[in-house]
Design a protein around this ligand. Sequence first.
Ligand code: SF4
Length: 83
Amino acid sequence: MKKLKVLTENCIGCGACVGIDPEHFDFNDDGLSHVISEENLESEALQNAIESCPVSIISIEEENEEETSEEVKTTDDSNEKAA
Ligand code: SF4
């Protein structure tokens, strides 16, 4: 599943993405862009918005379902004792 992301903390509020693609972006209360829709991620307007962002913080990422589950196992070798 694909996920549209904006690194809002790095947004400079230029408004390019909101102007080009209001379907996917809007300003939050701080005047910074955030994602408002995950639909229609193949749209031309979205591609244009991604390319137009002056700080390149808009991306579409593949989301692996496995990533959300805590599958990380820590191997603790220090506990190994020679019995
Ligand atoms: S184009 Fe980039 S910098 Fe400009 S408002 Fe959108 S996310 Fe922020």
